[in-house]
Write a protein that binds this ligand. Structure first.
Ligand code: ADP
Length: 311
């Protein structure tokens, strides 16, 4: 049974603005799913409807088979939400925030306390259990929001821009944690502006644009459409003697230490590196010039015509 099934979902706000124009989406149980879109595309509206914070105009939403219209209470117990904004009581010790949240789901205090301990430890917040929310750092607040969303053991966790504004180290430890709970069976949907985050974590992806789903596929399939990339080599100082072409490769010596080379998907990186070595070019490091998925995303979203499967 899918974790989430959305059929012909529409949302027209009171001012007449049509934010969702009949979207269909299925998220399988166990997926790590990315919902991507530019600002104003309709991501928050979609998440708001799934989590019963926004009323839909028409269409159907089912969470693990439970229809939001006919079984709203039950459907809600399956979902945990980590919203973008911190919305806990900042004057409460964080362990109390978790215990009280569990109370909303009818979890007895003793069990709630055990669960709070478990999640505070898992998210490295245990030593701050008596600290009030106000005094936590930004990264700690975000981890607290995740702990709170998990306290009733949801099977579907939805995160709206989970790592916005957190530093690299915390982002990576959050990724590690999310991967772990996904492996343990929690289905995860996240919206993100960091395309790198979607590429790193998610196996399925949907792209929403102006209230319509324009892509819904696996990450692997999407990445396989990338046909060309630019590699940037840091090289040992090589101010003279690099020709504009070596064999089939077009070289662009950006400065004496940086060489850019475009390769297509069917060209072997091994062969390229061997060729450079034969020409006595000493490589110090290599990276992709752009995030590959990011470029693809920009191409998909900016095209005005419906996507026809070509780039
Ligand atoms: P995203 O999360 O992808 O940035 P949203 O779902 O927040 O997009 O918004 C989708 C569109 O709906 C935007 O154009 C936004 O301005 C509009 N919108 C959102 N909330 C309201 C509202 N309460 N009333 C009118 N329009 C709204």
């Amino acid at each position: 049974m899918p974790a989430l099934e959305i059929n012909q979902l529409t949302k027209t706000y009171a001012n007449g603005f049509s934010a969702l124009k009949g979207i269909n989406l299925t998220v399988k149980s166990g997926d790590f799913f990315a919902l991507l879109g530019s600002n104003g595309a309709g991501k928050s509206t979609t998440i708001g409807i799934i989590t019963s914070l926004v009323n839909k105009s028409s269409g159907q939403v089912k969470i693990f088979g439970h229809d939001l219209d006919t079984q709203p209470g039950l459907a809600k117990t399956y979902v945990g939400l980590v919203p973008q904004e911190f919305n806990f009581n900042i004057f409460e010790p964080i362990i109390e925030i978790l215990i009280n949240q569990a109370g909303y789901y009818g979890i007895p205090r003793e069990e709630a306390t055990e669960r709070a301990e478990k999640y505070l430890k898992l998210l490295n917040l245990w030593q701050f259990r008596r600290t009030i929310g106000k005094n936590l750092s930004g990264g700690m607040k975000r981890r607290l929001m995740i702990a709170r969303a998990l306290i009733h053991h949801p099977k579907l966790l939805i995160l709206d821009e989970p790592t916005a504004g957190v530093d690299v180290e915390i982002r990576h430890s959050m990724w590690h944690f999310l991967r772990k709970i996904n492996k343990e069976g929690i289905t995860i949907i996240l919206t993100t502006h960091y395309i790198e985050e979607a590429e790193e974590l998610c196996d399925q992806i949907a792209i929403i644009k102006e209230g319509e789903i324009i892509e819904n596929t696996s990450m692997k399939e999407l990445l396989s459409r990338i046909k060309k990339e630019t590699l940037v080599f840091e090289i040992k100082d090589h101010s003279t003697g690099i020709p504009p072409h070596i064999e089939e490769y077009q070289l662009n010596l950006v400065n004496t230490n940086v060489l850019e080379i475009k390769i297509t998907k069917n060209q072997s990186i091994n062969h390229l590196i061997n060729t450079l070595c034969q020409h006595k070019i000493e490589i110090i490091s290599m990276r992709n010039k752009n995030n590959r998925l990011e470029q693809l995303f920009i191409d998909l979203v900016k095209s005005n015509t419906p996507y026809m499967g070509k780039l």
